[in-house]
Design a protein around this ligand. Structure first.
Ligand SMILES: Cc1ncc(COP(=O)(O)O)c(C=O)c1O
Length: 405
């Protein structure tokens, strides 16, 4: 395209397409060519949305709930979010402290646009979810990355947070349980991090999208229940996507100080307006209806997680920390880098992921874009049958690389 009229904005130079979506695209192309590929790349539950939630959407359609709603969402939905925050997190909010948006991604972007500007810095513990850095860039802010290690369970210490704070630091993003590591903070760790935020006047963005997906008896305490003094400076962000297998419905929500919620409403009101009215009705049912569907999904995720860990631990030279939550594992594949196999140099996690996809038909996400260049991410939000098949392929692929020079 070389028409002078089509000149893209300089904003585009600040961001890149999502790494996870790039894997999905490569995989779709292979499938189009008729190849059999196992996908460990996608970050969404393979379960269908529970029937009672779908039924609520059908009822809403039948009742003609097909019009604009208030920009921040229907009162009924905001009351459902209030009820959810009280039930699951022990937090107390009013409906005018809530805004519903088109997915957790949209909630985060609106929050960043409302809060940050050129020169602002935001602390992001790494490995991080790919979109934080790009969304901050869209809001003209800069991510200050704080690395964590496998040995500390990929958790940022209060000391590391304090050391990263400079004169321009405005906020920290806490995502517990986290994508891509599955790491999650204890109450004591949250308290210590919270104290630093209070001492240095930081805002907190608490990304809770995986909060219900925890394992081995670990229960995620909310930052605001262990550190209530942070409430006036914290945005609690979550979504129906992961908990209720509703990724396609697009419903995220934010609870926070009234003035920030009002600012986000202004931005949303001049862009997307309300999230889909039908989705909102479904979300009311998801948040306040029977929660047994979540427990059922958890039982299955738990079984898969145990299987994946066992299989990965059986592969020589792969190390992996047991994640406390979400549905990802982030094994270290550093040992395999720098080798040459079948005429290809495996110099990076990306090279390894490409090799595994092309030669063994298994898609994993390379860690570079998560700031984890010696790891790959495996999502176990897929059936046991596919996990077995994909892990056989992964093992075969890694053993082939290990046997090479
Ligand atoms: C850490 C994290 N936050 C937020 C989101 C946003 O999810 P959604 O926009 O589907 O609600 C995701 C999705 O992958 C995520 O992994």
């Amino acid at each position: 395209m070389n028409d002078e009229a089509v000149r893209l904005s300089s904003r585009l130079a600040k961001i890149k397409p999502s790494a996870t979506l790039a894997v999905t695209a490569a995989l779709a192309e292979m499938r189009r060519q008729g190849k059999d590929v196992v996908d460990f790349g996608t970050g969404e539950p393979d379960f269908d949305t529970p029937e009672h939630i779908k039924a609520a959407a059908v009822r809403a359609l039948g009742a003609g709930k097909t019009k604009y709603t208030p920009v921040t969402g229907t009162l009924e939905l905001r009351q459902a979010v209030v009820a959810k925050l009280a039930r699951d997190n022990g937090l107390s909010y009013e409906p005018d402290e809530i805004i519903a948006s088109c997915g957790g991604k949209h909630s985060l972007l609106n929050a960043f646009l409302a809060l940050f500007q050129e020169g602002d810095e935001v602390i992001v513990p790494a490995p991080y979810w790919v979109s934080y850095v790009d969304m901050l860039a869209l809001a003209d802010a800069k991510a200050v990355v704080v690395p964590t290690t496998e040995q500390d369970g990929f958790r940022m210490s209060a000391a590391a947070l304090a050391a990263a704070i400079g004169p321009r630091t405005r906020a920290v993003i806490l995502n517990s349980p986290a994508n891509p590591t599955g790491s999650a903070y204890d109450a004591d760790e949250l308290r210590a991090l919270g104290d630093v935020c209070l001492r240095y006047d930081l805002l907190v963005i608490s990304d809770d999208v995986y909060e219900r997906l925890t394992y081995d008896g670990f229960v995620q305490r909310h930052l605001l229940t262990v550190c209530p003094r942070l409430r006036p400076r914290t945005l609690v962000i979550s979504s129906c996507s992961k908990t209720y297998a509703m990724t396609g419905w697009r419903l995220g929500y934010t609870a926070g100080p009234r003035e920030v919620i009002a600012a986000m409403a202004t931005i949303q009101g001049q862009s997307t307006s309300n999230p889909s009215s039908i989705t909102q009705a479904a979300a009311v049912e998801a948040l306040t209806g029977p929660q047994t569907c979540v427990d059922e999904m958890l039982v299955e995720f738990s079984r898969r997680r145990a299987y994946v860990l066992e299989r990965l631990r059986a592969i020589r030279d792969v190390t992996v920390t047991a994640p406390r939550g979400a549905f990802y594992v982030l094994p270290s594949i550093g040992v395999f880098l720098g080798r040459r196999v079948g005429g290809r140099k495996i110099a990076s996690a990306t090279d390894l992921a490409r090799y595994l996809l092309a030669e063994f038909g298994v898609a994993v996400v390379a860690g570079e874009d998560f700031a984890a260049p010696r790891n790959v991410r495996i999502s176990y939000a897929t059936s046991m049958e596919l996990l077995e098949k994909g892990l056989d392929r992964l093992q075969h692929g890694l053993e082939t690389v290990a046997a090479a020079a």
